[in-house]
Ligand binder design. Structure first.
Ligand SMILES: *[C@@H]1O[C@H](CO)[C@@H](O)[C@H](O)[C@H]1NC(C)=O
Length: 335
């Protein structure tokens, strides 16, 4: 993407090299960036440069020159922050480390939304991390709303091939005019291709980037069976390497709207991930959607091949086996 020329006012301040301490263990080589077609090496913004606190007073703490943000949940409040600007399309990423041990009922969300501007017709793109009881893994949920389509959840849930509480991992959302891709550590895990049938349910108004932690006791873990236990508070989620590679609102510059083509290698890595780790998909949920939402029939890679692996509830048939983390696994997802 070449939207960086539009971001000069924003990026000018961040051309200083980041301290190695503030970077995740692996850094990106230019060739990886070319291979993936993503602006991975764009400079990360410090908190003051790009963000603003939303709620949670002292439960939001800055560390390391303001490039690391800790947001926490305790019995008083959760906390969260948002980007200062709104963007129409772009690439948005954070390295996130989730709270360890018992975290049932805890929700950490990293998402795009314009709900503050469009109360009834908002758009939203979500990564939601759903905590679990001790010894059980966090689940990741992605979701898409467009033009206030909150009656039509487009949720998918996955296990991960690593423990997201042990290290920082990168979670990213690419949003273009034609498609939306969710990434974990540069591996695409979900692609939403804009179809005519989705109409306005494809997010198409400027959105801001948000990160929050909050009490989701009523639904987050096993449908609300396990609640937040404040005996283990505070629950701290760590964010770093925040990347806003967004196109400023109103920009119609073609590069900002360029379609991101997925390479065959990325596409097959995504299919392998979904076969092994996806635990729920709305396109397979015949209880909630007796007739699948229109885009499901043309959902592209693996949609039909995937369907056989899911129950009519939308849950994966072999849910216990499928989401178990393979020790030392992940190498087979290399692109
Ligand atoms: C978005 O939703 C509103 C309210 O339901 C509707 O009036 C409007 O036409 C929709 N926008 C588009 C582009 O369909």
């Amino acid at each position: 993407m070449a939207c960086s020329s539009l971001l000069l006012p924003i990026l000018a301040a961040v051309l200083l090299p980041a301290s190695p301490l503030l970077r995740p263990a692996s850094t990106y080589a230019a060739k990886d960036e070319l291979k993936l077609g993503l602006p991975l090496s764009a400079a990360a913004l410090s908190f003051e440069e790009g963000y603003t606190q939303l709620f949670g007073d002292s439960n939001l703490m800055l560390h390391g020159d303001g490039k690391r943000v800790h947001i926490s949940l305790d019995e008083r409040t959760g906390s969260g922050f948002a980007s200062q600007g709104a963007y129409l399309h772009g690439f948005f990423r954070a390295s996130i480390k989730l709270p360890a041990d018992y975290a049932a009922g805890v929700v950490v969300a990293f998402y795009m939304s314009n709900g503050n501007v469009y109360e009834k017709t908002h758009d939203e793109l979500d990564f939601e991390f759903l905590g679990n009881v001790r010894g059980r893994e966090w689940r990741v949920q992605t979701n898409v709303y467009g033009n206030g389509s909150t009656a039509s959840g487009r949720e998918e849930r996955y296990g991960l091939w690593f423990d997201p509480t042990q290290d920082f991992h990168r979670y990213a959302i690419l949003w273009t005019r034609d498609r939306i891709i969710f990434y974990v550590d540069e591996m695409p895990i979900r692609e939403v291709v804009r179809t005519a049938s989705m109409g306005a349910q494809y997010p198409s108004k400027p959105m801001s980037l948000y990160a929050t932690i909050w009490d989701g006791s009523s639904w987050a873990t096993s449908g609300g069976r396990y609640k937040v236990d404040y005996k283990y508070a505070p629950y701290v989620a760590e964010f770093t390497d925040l990347l806003l590679h967004g196109c400023p609102s109103g920009s119609t510059d073609p590069p900002c709207d360029a379609a991101a083509a997925m390479s065959p290698a990325q596409r097959s890595a995504m299919a392998r991930f979904r076969a092994r780790h996806m635990t729920y998909g709305y396109c397979h949920d015949r209880v909630r959607y007796p007739a699948p939402l229109p885009e499901c029939s043309s959902a592209g890679v693996g949609a039909e091949a995937e369907a056989v692996a899911f129950l009519p509830s939308g849950e994966a048939r072999s849910i216990g086996r499928r989401h178990r983390r393979a020790r030392g696994g992940g190498a087979d997802y290399a692109l």
